[in-house]
Design a protein around this ligand. Structure first.
Ligand SMILES: Nc1nc2c(ncn2[C@@H]2O[C@H](COP(=O)(O)OP(=O)(O)OP(=O)(O)O)[C@@H](O)[C@H]2O)c(=O)[nH]1
Ligand SMILES: [Mg+2]
Length: 313
């Protein structure tokens, strides 16, 4: 039997499958939750808002079901072309979804950004059912927690709400169980071993960008784009990757390189270590830094860096 046959035949007649759009404000924990659900890191995570820039599929497969989780950029009020791209990219995720999973961060009381999410969900949800994941419950102690959960749950009309900690895993199995039950009958769309449809080049670029975001401050995390120039699987146990880190200004280049190259070295070591774990091979990683002036405001340059407007169609 070929691989293709097994995709279509190895599932029971009551097999379920569907798409879950994971949406929320920047920093709510969407990517953390998807990594947690899959038990593998496929998406970049950082303490800074607006880490995710484009949709990414996380695929959860078991005997009974295949659930496709769409990680999306945080919904926010954009201030430049890249921000507009990100928000439109997130908004299109609503269109194909069988279920909308809104992640709310309960570590603080709801504010204007949360109300903006609520309005966006109300505008775009159509007839699609909504579940809420009330995330970061590890940061709030009882009895305050109960009031917090209620305040957040009151923001958005929903079918069910689940208090969770994406970081620690609390409540996540219950959430996944409920999502599975909500999926319509359907086939297995991807081979059981696939975790994402993103290729290794994209994941490598995202991990490098994540390390830049974690290690830099102010505008720099947002001014960075990463391009994989070459990715060669030299042997089954060694890959050689060379990547360019683009920034918007000469001064930012100096900061990313750091004194005596210390910063770029740190970014390289952290990225390499994590990629070796993810891909289970040794990696030689070479990083260079280049200036692409004001690329975030320039649609042509954005396109060159992989943020194509037609991604939003
Ligand atoms: N304490 C705590 N921190 C969390 C939890 N979930 C996520 N975080 C942290 O919140 C920060 C943002 O997490 P991300 O997963 O990048 O959030 P996101 O919603 O994908 O953010 P954007 O991609 O920017 O929209 C990271 O520092 C995470 O470690 C949680 O359950 N508890
Ligand atoms: Mg994210």
């Amino acid at each position: 039997m070929t691989d293709l046959d097994s995709i279509f035949t190895d599932v029971p007649p009551d097999h379920r499958s569907g798409i879950v759009a994971v949406v929320g404000r920047p920093n709510a924990g969407k990517s953390t939750l998807i990594n947690r659900i899959l038990g593998h890191k496929i998406a970049a995570v950082s303490p800074k808002p607006q880490t995710t820039r484009k949709r990414q599929l996380g695929i959860l497969t078991d005997e009974q079901a295949q659930i496709l989780f769409t990680d999306t950029p945080g919904l926010h009020l954009p201030r430049h072309r890249l921000g507009e791209y990100m928000v439109r990219n997130a908004e299109t995720a609503f269109r194909d979804a069988d279920l909308i999973l809104v992640i709310l961060d309960v570590s603080d009381a709801p504010d204007a950004a949360d109300r903006h999410i609520a309005e966006t969900v109300a505008r775009l949800r159509g007839q699609t059912p909504v579940f809420l994941a009330l995330n970061k419950i590890d940061t709030v102690t009882r009895p305050l927690l109960d009031a917090r959960l209620e305040e957040h749950a009151a923001l958005i009309a929903h079918e069910r709400a689940f208090p969770i900690s994406a970081l620690e895993g609390t409540g996540v199995p219950e959430l996944v169980h409920a999502i599975r039950e909500k999926m319509p009958l359907g086939p297995r769309y991807y081979p059981a071993e696939d975790l994402t449809e993103a290729n290794m080049r994209f994941i490598a670029a995202e991990i490098i960008r994540e390390k830049v975001m974690i290690n830099t401050e102010k505008e720099i995390p947002y001014s960075v784009a990463v391009e994989i120039e070459s990715f060669q699987e030299k042997t089954p146990s060694l890959s050689v990757i060379s990547a360019v880190i683009y920034v918007e200004r000469e001064s930012q280049k100096g900061i990313i390189v750091g004194a005596g190259g210390s910063m770029i070295k740190r970014i390289g070591t952290e990225a390499r270590t994590e990629l070796e774990q993810l891909f289970e091979v040794k990696i030689h990683l070479t990083l260079r830094v280049k200036v692409l002036k004001d690329w975030r405001s320039d649609e042509k340059l954005m396109k060159r860096l992989g943020y194509r407007i037609q991604d939003n169609d």
